[in-house]
Structures are given as structure tokens and as C-alpha cells.
Design a protein around this ligand. Sequence first.
Ligand code: PLP
Length: 383
Amino acid sequence: MNTGLPVFLDYNSTTPVDPYVLEAMLPYFTERYGNAASKTHAYGWIADEAVEIAREQAAVLIGAEKQEIVFTSGSTESINVALKGMMEMHGKSKNHIITSKTEHKAVLDTCAWLELHGAKITYLEVNRDGLIDLQHLNEAVNENTLMVSIMFANNETGVIQPVSEIGKLCREKGIYFFTDATQAAGKVRVDVNEQCIDLLCISSHKIYGPKGSGLLYVRRKEPRVAISPIIHGGGHEKGLRSGTVNVPAIAGFGKACELAANKWFEEGQRFSQLRTKLEQALTDEGAAFINGSTRNRLPSTTNLCFKNVSSAEFIRMFPQLAVAAGSACTSSDNKPSHVLRAMGLTDKESQSSIRFSIGRFTKEEEIEFAVSLIRNKLKEISI
Ligand code: PLP
């Protein structure tokens, strides 16, 4: 079907709702409309059952227990709760957080806010590959360190941090480890026990679920994580996130988690083949180079720096393609990406970089179309 819309190669910004997810959601808008907190009648019980099924589906995706899942409105909220809630609970005795310069703005801006309220934050550098240095992390820990907040996979480059090693180091030092797994969950193996993760966030709309839904994983034992709420009210979600739960969205998010748990491995292999096709065609004659590690990254993402064309020109030149310069949240301000700058790219290189991210509904023909379009145009320009 030709919709007249550009080919969507921006799956890291958001994803379409999977048809199975939509099907799972629909009854909860109409006949099953109860409030999951209503304990006195079947409408409430039915809604609550849907939420509990989703909680189990979400827990399975990350190897957690169902009681460790707190539903939120998405990763931005989960990140705010993880960082502010931990500081609120423990900040009087330990007020130091270690993070990295390439985190999503939701982490960086929350850390900046916490700094204004007495927290000490260390921002770790990354190398040219986009990876933090474990030695630097080790050296940054001091007696006031409460937690480490390092993302699992970067939204702009797809680079995956050494999460298991970070988790192990944190466990040995007795500090908490929070990871923003928004881009990783459902795309690579995420296991909170194997990887020694204490807190973690996922967003539904990045894994073919509806927007406005997500979760915070909070470890219950070894160690038990005590955390304060930042939203107060009716005591929903065991008091950690008050507010009537969004039953249709949660039912959809749960289904999305179930699909992701079953599909991520095979999908990853397909994405990786499509990405190789795209990368080889665009880099073989030296028109572009890949930003970030090519060994440790998501199979679905590539960030390419074009030598003779700025990102803004690229976007204008190819209205047939939906791609991103930087992340969706910052795509309007046209500043060089803080992620690419932290990796040592110049302003010019950062402003000549494009993120391509593929997903469940990307077809091989779409990649072929993008490749021939870009190659032909770039040839024209260089003549
Ligand atoms: N963290 C990362 C790595 C992301 O990519 C995003 C979304 O772009 C977020 C956090 C924020 O997620 P949400 O849209 O659910 O608030």
C-alpha cells in the first residue's frame, strides 16, 4: 500500500502499535472499562486481571518477578522516579550519582535538577566508540556514592554499554545500579539477575506498544531497593505511582512485552542483515562512516556521518525518508548532538550525522529504495 508517507527508518523514536497489541487493548476501552482499583465488583476485577497479566508479561521480558514491576507513563517518568526517588529515600546519607555524558536528556536533565537540590553528579566520559571505561567508573566511586545510572543502549548510536560488568562492579561496591533500557529491551538480551540490575526502565512505544505507558523495575531482594514515590495520591502500584492505572495501555504494553520476548532474537538477525546492506552501500565508496562501536550495538540502529552533506541538508534532500538527526527529543533544536560530541566528533561531523533505525515492519525493498535514492543523489552532488 502506498500511503504517500516517507519510508519509516526512525524506529528508535517510536514504533507503530503491533496489530496483536491493538487487539489486546481494544476490549479495555469498551466493555471492559472498569477501574483496576475497584475491588467491589467484576468491572474492577476484570480490569485488575488485565493489569496483572501485563505485569507478568513485562516481568518475563527482563527476567524479573511480577511484584518488581511498577507501571508508569513511560521512560521519562520512570527515570525521574528512579533518580529522584532514590535521592529522596537515601540522599541524606549518600548523595553521589555516577552517570555518563551520553545519557538521554531524561537522565541528564533529572541529574541537573538533582544537582540544584544537593546531589553530586559525576558525568563519565565515553571513548570514540561511545563506551564508558570501567576503570573510570571504578575510580569515580566514593563513600557517598548511592547509585550508578548508565544506559543499556544509546538511542542515537545504538551503542551497548558493558552492562553486566557495570552491574557486577556496583554489586561488589554495594551501590545501586539503574539502567535506562528503553532502547535495549525487546531488541537484545536483558536479564536483571544475570546483569545485576537493581532498577531499570522500559517504554511501551519503543516496542510496538501504545505511547504513554512504561515501567520501572525495582529489585525486591538481594538487595531490596527502597525508593520514595514522586507522585502521591491513591497509593496505586504499591504506593510508588499513584494515579488510576491506564488499563488499555497496560494491556497493550504487556502484549508488546510478550511479543518482544518471543521475537527479539530472530528479529535481531533480520535487522542486522538489513542494516549491513544499508551500511555497506552507503560507506563502501567513502561517502559516510559509522559513528560508534560496530561490535557492541543494537542490531537495528546505525548512525552515519556523511562527508559532504549536513544533516539538515540530508533531511531536506530526502523527503521520501523518515530518518533522524540526533534524537527525536532534540531534533528541533539543530544543535550538535551531545552524544556524538562526547564521543569526540567535531561539531561539523555531529551536524552531518544521520540515525537510521529499522524495526519489525521494515521491508527489504524499503532498504533497497533508501540505498539507491541516497547513492544516486550523493553521486550527483560529488560530480
Ligand atoms: N531513554 C531513552 C534511551 C530513549 O530513547 C527515550 C525516548 O526517546 C526515553 C528515555 C524517554 O522515553 P519516553 O518517551 O517513554 O518518555
